[in-house]
Design a protein around this ligand. Structure first.
Ligand SMILES: *[C@@H]1O[C@H](CO)[C@@H](O)[C@H](O)[C@H]1NC(C)=O
Ligand SMILES: *[C@@H]1O[C@H](CO)[C@@H](O)[C@H](O)[C@H]1NC(C)=O
Ligand SMILES: *[C@@H]1O[C@H](CO)[C@@H](O)[C@H](O)[C@H]1NC(C)=O
Ligand SMILES: *[C@@H]1O[C@H](CO)[C@@H](O)[C@H](O)[C@H]1NC(C)=O
Length: 589
């Protein structure tokens, strides 16, 4: 019997492009600006004129006020004029007798079951003011569609949106919570059908950000001759997009829970077990047995863990012994806590730190130690663990625009305070958005806010996703998860649906036997969908070439050919950077 020793070289050429059926529609515009929402005078960048309106204004007429107040209405109690900048840009200026201050408004014809993407530029006559965009819908509801901090002397972009469920006339206006004149310009309201909206996620965003088309060239190792008719298959070993859930200590002695969790998720956040009150309930008595065991369990299954959290700025979550400390004692206790938890789980054991949890809403540490408490803590954590991303982690930023304390412009200002603190220039910072949604999430607002925060140029994770119970909870959860996965700037998602024998926080995915509820079915459907590949097996052509269209992740790529005694397998990672690299693999058979 002749034994042929053949050497095959597999050259993997990765190139990323998208092909497929496109829903014909106006492409979604991710443009956003955070120029005016900077922290500290030395960073102040001001736009003396706003940018042109997105979508040329969409359904808004005279969106740049180039023909005076035509198509706009002046509300009762408001005096409005069109003013112009020194360079000639025109804008509307409105003064209100009393508060809230309002702008001119425009009446538009709205469509039912339609998402509206909103943007505008704002400035106020003095100081700063919280400005909210409001849409009065055809069925008479007042819907908050976006919010920003507007300043005097700088144009600020507001980006948001809302969904109309009825048809008829709607009105768009802006209102401020201070007695100021409001300037407005470059107003845009662009409708998208639900199908168009979904096409943006599936085709434009998720299609590009989460997949690559892998060109595989199979060539003979001895002389480089192409090998036609070889079968190339790709088997996903681990999805590249991190998707996880919150985990509780009950997993340690519940094999059904362990099996359920680890067969689905690649990321976990411990619900409470790593928090300060869990590891040092009595001052000086540290006990890490539970989080150590949970981390070991996660590691056994290849589940990565987010470090949640080093500190939590909420007064009500502080232990009595912490609350009673004076500033110097508090600093010492914090220093001990920080060193202990960060050195224990830093350096790669956790994949991110929620450093000062919820420091937009709360200010326990700022109250005790001064306004720079947060940046100083990030500084300390970064000194001990310089590799792991340091997150802000906040609720209501991406959920809805009514909570003025956590709007995107305030998130950006806080992040800029942290990164402009002396010595913090090199920190690996990241954006954590908790994503605790109400019963009817505002999906266009969510996308717009992600666009705005993407301007920070930092990794963005949705860290604690849930949707309040109500009608269609499962459908709403699906929309939120699709929106996060479909946004090109979201780098990972974790849900806040930790199982407890005593009931979940707001959303259980399963019953007590780990049988899916409706929301659990949605999660499993999406996990399966995100693992599928449009093309994961093909036969090489006359040039020895196949193309595989793969979701990012870790794969075993297998080559079989009649002349090969056994198939050749190589493990490789397909990610966004794959498209620019070239891998040559030699296989001896
Ligand atoms: C008109 O705009 C200019 C800035 O371009 C501003 O200085 C001036 O105060 C505005 N006029 C009024 C009446 O507010
Ligand atoms: C291609 O491979 C198959 C088996 O995988 C074989 O049956 C067939 O004859 C081959 N065709 C050519 C043209 O080599
Ligand atoms: C969730 O909401 C639905 C509809 O509003 C209701 O029928 C159901 O009982 C609620 N479930 C729980 C667990 O509260
Ligand atoms: C992937 O391939 C490697 C060899 O490259 C092999 O050891 C491993 O078992 C394969 N994994 C699966 C799941 O087939």
């Amino acid at each position: 019997m002749n034994v042929f020793m053949k050497k095959f070289g597999i050259i993997l050429l990765l190139f990323s492009f998208f092909r497929g059926q496109m829903v014909q529609s106006v492409p979604y515009d991710h443009t956003a600006s955070i120029e005016a929402s900077v922290y500290g005078l030395f960073l102040q960048i001001c736009l003396s004129n706003p940018m042109i309106p997105l979508y040329s204004g969409g359904v808004i007429k005279n969106s740049e006020f180039n023909v005076g107040l035509t198509d706009w209405t002046v509300p009762l109690g408001v005096q409005a004029t069109v003013n112009r900048s020194s360079s000639g840009n025109k804008f509307a200026e409105a003064r209100t007798d009393g508060q809230p201050s309002r702008t001119v408004y425009q009446t538009v014809q709205m469509q039912p079951n339609t998402h509206y993407s909103l943007s505008a530029w704002l400035q106020v006559s003095a100081g700063t003011a919280n400005v909210m965009a409001v849409v009065r819908t055809p069925d008479g509801q007042f819907v908050a569609a976006g919010a920003t901090v507007a300043k005097s002397g700088c144009w600020s972009m507001i980006k948001g949106g809302m969904t109309s469920y009825s048809s008829g006339q709607g009105q768009l206006y802006f209102e401020a919570d201070a007695a100021v004149a409001i300037w407005v310009d470059s107003v845009s309201l662009q409708p998208f059908t639900f199908d168009e909206w979904d096409a943006h996620r599936q085709q434009q965003s998720a299609g590009r950000a989460r997949r690559s088309t892998l060109g595989v060239v199979v060539a003979r190792g001895t002389d480089g001759a192409p090998v036609p008719n070889a079968t190339v298959t790709a088997e996903l070993l681990r999805p590249g997009f991190p998707f996880g859930n919150a985990m509780t200590r009950e997993i340690l002695d519940n094999p059904a829970y362990e099996q359920w969790f680890t067969s689905r998720f690649t990321v976990a956040t411990f619900e409470n077990e790593m928090k300060w009150y869990a590891t040092e309930g009595r001052q000086g008595h540290e006990d890490y047995r539970v989080p150590d065991a949970m981390l070991a369990l996660a590691e056994r299954h290849g589940v990565r863990v987010r470090g949640h959290n080093v500190f939590w700025d909420d007064q009500s979550t502080q232990m009595a012994w912490v609350r009673s400390l004076g500033p110097d004692e508090l600093r010492a206790a914090m220093d001990k806590r920080l060193r202990s938890v960060v050195s224990r789980y830093g350096g790669g054991k956790v994949i991110g730190w929620d450093v000062v949890n919820e420091n937009l809403h709360w200010s326990f540490y700022e109250g005790k130690l001064g306004p720079d408490a947060s940046p100083a803590i990030y500084h300390q954590v970064g000194k001990i663990d310089g590799e792991t991303p340091l997150f802000m982690n906040e609720f209501n930023t991406v959920e809805q625009p009514v909570d003025m304390s956590a709007m995107a412009s305030k998130y950006v200002a806080k992040m800029n305070q942290i990164r402009s603190f002396p010595g913090n220039g090199g920190l690996k910072l990241a954006v954590g958005l908790e994503s605790h949604f109400g019963a009817t999430p505002n999906i266009p607002f969510m996308r717009a806010t992600l666009d705005t925060l993407a301007q920070l140029k930092l990794p963005i994770w949705l860290t604690e996703i849930d949707v309040a119970n109500g009608t269609n909870q499962a459908q709403h959860l699906e929309e939120v998860l699709r929106e996060g996965y479909g946004h090109p700037n979201v780098d990972g998602m974790v849900m806040w649906a930790a199982w407890h024998a005593t009931g979940c926080y707001v959303m259980c995915l399963t019953d007590d036997e780990f049988k899916n509820l409706a929301v659990g079915d949605v999660v499993d459907k999406l996990i399966a969908e995100w693992r599928t590949h449009p093309v994961a097996a093909a036969t090489t052509d006359a040039d020895g070439v196949v193309e595989l269209d793969l979701a990012h992740g870790e794969y075993n790529v297998t080559v079989t050919h009649p002349s090969l005694v056994s198939s050749a397998v190589r493990t490789l990672t397909v990610d966004a950077s794959s498209s620019s690299s070239e891998n040559a693999i030699d296989i001896r058979v």
